[in-house]
Design a binder for this molecule. Sequence first.
Ligand SMILES: [Zn+2]
Length: 192
Amino acid sequence: MRLEQALEIFRRTGVMQEGHFKLTSGRHSDRYMQCARLFQYPKDSATVCGEIAEFFRDKKVDLVAGPAIGGIIMAYEVARILDVRNIFAERENGVMALRRGFEAEADKRALVVEDVVTTGGSVKEVIELLRARGAEVVGVGSVVDRSNGTVDFGPRIPFHAFAALNVASWEADACPLCREGVPIVKPGSRKS
Ligand SMILES: [Zn+2]
């Protein structure tokens, strides 16, 4: 039921496009995800972030943090719903940092959010950053989990995604859509 709801939102907002795509990796796929498109629509953003916020409400979160760029609007929206402070982390000389006077004090219970989790690398960096300031990380939330269930942030850090989606991809010479002669699109180059 919830997956159906998620797919309806993702299709309508353009987060998930279906067709025949050439990915950045060079592989071909029948889906292309662009999670940033969700946040074009405040009501849909509130629906998705609300589900995540409610999942973690009993964790008594008092700070929401996300890595730039994907986590910025999401952290704001989850924090707005929980009525707590939000910050974002960003790379400075390649290293994830808190800039702009953002702080994560030792008495804070922090929720880390990211729009798409694949390997979880950026999220792990934010977790380490907050812990270094003494904050306690009590959970990780994402809009989409693309890790195939492989990502693990540690025993006391539950991970919850609005939707888990596995996107199949193929090398060009093994692509069933090429075999069917379906025209291919390079995402981002399309005028639509
Ligand atoms: Zn193909």
